[in-house]
Write a protein that binds this ligand. Structure first.
Ligand SMILES: [Cu+2]
Length: 153
């Protein structure tokens, strides 16, 4: 093998190793990996499966809340939620029928909610106001009517 071939072999293998190390560091050390399939649910039995048998806002203390929410054509349950300013809300969501999305314009909250999977996402609301919560995944004839609000005061 020539000297140049050797150099190019080392260079290309090094680039691969560097990428694998960076992606591995992001996934395992920084926890930035894609969501796993760990939290699954039978989409036919959402109403009978905890915590979705009792959707609602749970006060965890210290300005923290868990919002257990189900999405279905064409509603968020519960809707019209009120929370105090500064609340950190952990959304725990699943879909009872088709693929839906949840987006709150003006925040970073934007996620897909799929039947059979439990979606968790956390958002802190530091600004008072009325936040629009909408479905951004086309889910049927009433999709444009699938929205609700979160009032922060
Ligand atoms: Cu929808």
């Amino acid at each position: 093998m020539g000297k140049l071939e050797e150099i190019w072999m080392i260079l290309s293998v090094s680039v691969l190793v560097i990428f694998i190390v960076i992606v591995g560091y992001q996934t395992f050390a920084l926890g930035m990996g894609p969501p796993s399939h760990k939290e699954a649910i039978d989409p036919q039995k959402v109403d009978q499966t905890a915590p979705f048998d009792n959707p609602g806002l749970i006060d965890l203390g210290n300005n923290k809340y868990e919002l257990v929410m189900t999405l279905e054509a064409f509603a968020f349950n519960p809707g019209n939620i009120e929370i105090p300013v500064g609340s950190e809300v952990e959304f725990t969501m699943t879909s009872k029928d088709v693929s839906h999305g949840i987006q709150i314009p003006g925040t970073n909250l934007n996620a897909m909610v799929l039947p059979g999977h439990i979606q968790k996402i956390t958002q802190t609301f530091n600004e008072p106001g009325e936040y629009l919560v909408l479905c951004n995944e086309y889910c049927g004839a009433g999709h444009q009517a699938m929205f609700t609000t979160i009032i922060v005061k």
